[in-house]
Design a protein around this ligand. Structure first.
Ligand code: LIP
Length: 274
C-alpha cells in the first residue's frame, strides 16, 4: 500500500463524510421518525438508513471492488463478513440517541481496513464542525490541528469515559453500573458522551485519559480506532489482550500504565462476536 493511495483514500473518506454530514445536519433540526432494533433503547431513524445508503453509493462508485460493513445494512439482516479485501466500515450516525434528542455529539464514521488492519479513519461531527481523521503512519488530526493523547500515568489522576450502552438486559446493566462505581472510586470521575467514536476522539485529543465500553460494534469504533492509535493511544481488549474489532468491547487508554491500572478494576463482559 503506497502512501499515495492512503492519502487518496483519506481524502475521499473526508469528502464523503462531509457530504453525509450535510444530510445529518439538515435532519438534526427537524422531527425524527424512530424505529427500534434489539431493545427499546437501541434506536434507528430514517436518516441513519438514508445516510448509510449515500455513503455506500458514493464509495462504491469510486471503488467498485471494495467491500462494505455498515451498521444499518447489518441491521437489515446482512452478516458481518470482514475479509482481507479493502473494506469500508461505516456508522452513518454514531450517537443516534444524541441525534434524536438534539445533543450535538453525533458523528459520521468512515474507516477503511486492508488485510483486516485499519488504515484510514474519519469521524466527522457535522453539528460542532469537528472532523477527526488519520491514516496509517500519518498522525491524527482534528480539523487542521495535530492531536495527541494525555501524558497522565496515574488512574487516580484520570478522567474515565464509558457508556451504559443500549442493552436493557438487567444482568449486563448491573455489571456495567458496578464497573462505573469501582471506576469512580479509582479515578477523578466518569463521563458519558453518548457515542463510542466521540469518546475515543475526545481521549485521542488529550481530553480525559481512557475510554472503555462493552457491547459496542465494529462500526462504532473502527474509524476512531486508527485515529486513536495515530494520536499515540493504546487500543486493547479490556482484559489486557490485543484489540479485536469483532469482540464488541474495547479499552482505549492514553498509555499502557493507565490501561494496566484500569483493566483489573473491571468485570469483563463477554458478547457473541459481531
Ligand atoms: C452507540 C455507541 C455508544 C453506545 C450506544 C450505541 P449508535 O452507537 O456509539 O457508544 O453506548 O449504545 O451503540 O447506535 O449510536 O451508532
Amino acid at each position: 500500500m503506497s502512501d499515495h493511495s492512503l492519502t487518496e483514500y483519506l481524502n475521499t473518506a473526508q469528502e464523503v463524510a462531509r457530504k453525509a454530514g450535510e444530510m445529518v445536519k439538515e435532519a438534526f433540526y427537524k422531527e425524527k421518525d424512530l424505529m427500534t432494533k434489539e431493545s427499546y433503547a437501541d434506536i434507528v431513524t430514517e436518516t441513519d438508513q438514508a445516510v448509510e445508503k449515500l455513503i455506500i453509493s458514493l464509495l462504491h462508485e469510486k471503488y467498485p471492488t471494495h467491500q462494505f460493513i455498515g451498521e444499518e445494512s447489518t441491521a437489515e439482516g446482512k452478516k458481518v463478513e470482514w475479509t482481507d479485501a479493502p473494506t469500508w466500515i461505516i456508522d452513518p450516525i454514531d450517537g443516534t440517541a444524541n441525534f434524536v434528542h438534539s445533543i450535538p455529539q453525533t458523528c459520521v464514521c468512515i474507516g477503511l481496513s486492508i488485510n483486516k488492519q485499519m488504515v484510514v479513519g474519519v469521524v466527522h461531527l457535522p453539528i460542532t464542525g469537528q472532523t477527526y481523521f488519520a491514516s496509517k503512519g500519518g498522525g491524527a488530526y482534528c480539523n487542521s490541528q495535530r492531536i495527541t493523547v494525555s501524558k497522565v500515568k496515574d488512574l487516580k489522576k484520570s478522567v474515565v469515559i464509558t457508556e451504559a450502552g443500549n442493552s436493557r438486559d438487567p444482568k449486563i446493566l448491573s455489571t456495567k453500573m458496578n464497573n462505573v462505581h469501582r471506576v469512580v472510586e479509582a479515578s477523578h470521575g466518569v463521563r458519558m458522551f453518548g457515542s463510542a467514536a466521540v469518546n475515543m476522539c475526545t481521549v485521542a485529543e488529550g481530553k480525559g485519559e481512557v475510554y472503555f465500553e462493552y457491547g459496542i460494534h465494529i462500526w462504532d469504533f473502527a474509524a476512531a480506532g486508527i485515529i486513536f492509535t495515530e494520536a499515540g493511544g493504546v487500543l486493547i481488549d479490556p482484559s489486557g489482550g490485543d484489540v479485536d474489532f469483532l469482540s464488541r468491547r474495547v479499552l482505549a487508554a492514553c498509555n499502557r500504565d493507565i490501561a494496566d491500572q484500569l483493566s483489573p478494576v473491571l468485570t469483563h463482559i463477554e458478547f457473541d462476536q459481531d
